[in-house]
Design a protein around this ligand. Structure first.
Ligand SMILES: CC(C)(COP(=O)(O)OP(=O)(O)OC[C@H]1O[C@@H](n2cnc3c(N)ncnc32)[C@H](O)[C@@H]1O)[C@@H](O)C(=O)NCCC(=O)NCCS
Ligand SMILES: Nc1ncnc2c1ncn2[C@@H]1O[C@H](COP(=O)(O)OP(=O)(O)OP(=O)(O)O)[C@@H](O)[C@H]1O
Length: 294
């Protein structure tokens, strides 16, 4: 059972914002992640550091708070979609101001922003399926004020004819709901440490995501290396096993050699940790944030 007290719109918005920020920080600190920024270093990134990612995560708390407050017990309609879109874009501006113009969390604002809004729509009493379904509904509604930018992600989805961040949300986050969340809970149940369970959940996402970050930097070769390598880790028994950890170390080297970084998978892991903590699922084991310095 989740440990959130009944505290109304404002208290719940504060709680959701804290948990969302915390999930981003847990994601970035989790190590060893192939190609990504983690506690060991910058992975395949030249413009990202752990400190920058953490600063960025903290800068997003007011955005998550506003998203939750404005979405509190509201239905998914065009008015809410446009409001959520505006708040998300303002969040991107906050992020860019905090990082000096570096894109640290664009995909994460999208995924976690929608999920925070959806959790608030359900008054913080929704199951993971209900939260994902409402986030999907919001993501599927048109946002007439969205600027027509041709992003790197969009270019990759067109070039390789694959779904990207938008479609993942519109489909109800299948990589979270069908792969990462079940894997996270299964690995915990099987006795993995929390770190190992989170790494296994990341691997589960990486086995099948068409991550446009990887495609943009390393093409189909990068994507296949990521998917096959992640599968090898799980087939070996996951990161709780010596063989699984060896497969992960191989994948880390292979991703670095290709300059590939699964940023989309990292976003979805952070979103998985968020849902695990905020959803009213019987199966959920939802430790509240442990870090005392927040
Ligand atoms: C939808 C977004 C992510 C833009 O996506 P797009 O594919 O055009 O571009 P971009 O390359 O800038 O970002 C994609 C990011 O998504 C992540 N990602 C990549 N692949 C995937 C995938 N298959 N699934 C999920 N996330 C992915 C990565 O972090 C990547 O950096 C978003 O920035 C956006 O348009 N927001 C509008 C504001 C809004 O409506 N917000 C509402 C919620 S707060
Ligand atoms: N731990 C992490 N390490 C790296 N990226 C992450 C991490 N967690 C999430 N991400 C996501 O990955 C994306 C950054 O990827 P990438 O660097 O490929 O984007 P970019 O700035 O658009 O591209 P480039 O750096 O190639 O110009 C961010 O949008 C962010 O959401």
């Amino acid at each position: 059972m989740k440990l959130q007290p009944q505290i109304g719109a404002e208290g719940s918005a504060q709680w959701l914002a804290r948990v969302a920020t915390h999930s981003l920080i847990d994601e970035v600190r989790l190590s060893p992640k192939p190609g990504l920024v983690d506690s060991r270093g910058n992975g395949a990134h030249h413009d990202l550091t752990l400190a920058l990612m953490e600063r960025s995560a903290h800068s997003l708390s007011p955005t998550f708070h506003a998203l939750a407050l404005q979405s509190w017990q509201r239905p998914a309609d065009i008015a809410l979609r446009q409001l959520v879109g505006r708040l998300g874009r303002e969040g991107e501006v906050q992020m860019m101001a905090a990082t000096g113009g570096v894109n640290t969390h664009r995909g994460a604002i999208w995924a976690l922003g929608l999920l925070v809004a959806a959790a608030a729509m359900h008054g913080c009493e929704g199951s993971s399926s209900q939260i994902a379904a409402s986030a999907a509904k919001l993501a599927s509604l048109p946002d007439s004020s969205a600027p027509k930018v041709f992003s790197k992600g969009l270019r990759a989805t067109r070039r390789y004819q694959v779904p990207g961040a938008r479609e993942e949300a519109q489909l109800g986050f299948p990589h979270i709901m069908n792969l990462a969340l079940p894997q996270l809970r299964r690995s915990r149940q099987n006795g993995a440490t929390e770190q190992q369970a989170r790494l296994d959940a990341l691997m589960a996402i990486m086995t099948s995501l068409s991550d446009t970050c990887v495609l943009s930097r390393a093409g189909l070769e990068g994507l296949e290396t990521m998917q096959n390598g992640a599968r090898s880790v799980l087939v070996a028994g996951g990161t709780a096993t010596v063989e699984g950890r060896a497969a992960l170390a191989w994948l880390d080297k292979a991703m670095l050699a290709l300059n590939a970084s699964p940023g989309g998978a990292a976003d979805l892991l952070a979103a998985t940790l968020l849902i695990d903590r905020i959803a009213c699922d019987d199966a959920s084991v939802t430790p509240l944030p442990q870090h005392s310095h927040f």
